[in-house]
Write a protein that binds this ligand. Structure first.
Ligand code: FE2
Length: 187
């Protein structure tokens, strides 16, 4: 089962997710849905189109555990995934769990909802659409401070996200830098 947008927003409020994280999540949702629609149009895949409800729910709930995990010193993707799974939404839980790091990168497979959400999150700093490079600068500043291990992990994640970006923009008829302009043109 996939929760509706309304249910997702209610879940965020019930879990006391702060306003700025909700705003971030709403922008990630917008970016992810835009990319998914463009992929569906460009690939015209039969029966295996990206599911908009799943993308919407995963994007809205991806940071549900951000504050809770910080308090507990846990990974907010893992904790959020667990929470959403316990709510009875295993498919959505999978996107939440993998929004920081994908479990696998199979170049041969078609792009999945999980990848689209993961990538969209890397294009949104706070609630603004930015290039991936800018978002990773922000991530390095916020989480990398003084720790070589964490910085190395962030760098690995950046390289893997570049692969996802390449995969997505192999399909789309515009470049990563034109994403915002493209989104504004249909607004
Ligand atoms: Fe996150």
């Amino acid at each position: 089962m996939i929760p509706t947008r309304e249910t997702c927003l209610k879940i965020l409020r019930e879990n006391e997710v702060p306003e700025h994280i909700i705003n971030h999540s709403l922008t990630v949702e917008k970016v992810a849905l835009f990319i998914a629609r463009e992929i569906n149009v460009a690939t015209n895949r039969d029966g295996s189109k990206l599911n908009y409800d799943l993308i919407s729910a995963g994007a809205l709930l991806h940071d549900i555990a951000k504050i809770k995990a910080m308090e507990k010193g846990e990974n907010h993707g893992e904790l959020g995934g667990k929470m959403v799974k316990e709510m009875g939404f295993p498919k959505v839980a999978d996107s939440v769990k993998q929004h920081i790091r994908l479990d696998s990168y199979d170049k041969m497979e078609e792009i999945t909802e999980v990848e689209v959400i993961n990538y969209a999150d890397k294009r949104v700093a706070h609630d603004i659409v930015v290039p991936m490079s800018e978002r990773f600068l922000d991530i390095r500043h916020r989480y990398g401070k003084g720790s070589r291990i964490i910085l190395a992990r962030i760098e690995k994640s950046r390289k893997l996200t570049l692969i996802v970006e390449e995969r997505i923009f192999e399909i789309l008829p515009f470049k990563p830098d034109d994403l915002l302009k493209q989104m504004e043109s249909i607004d």
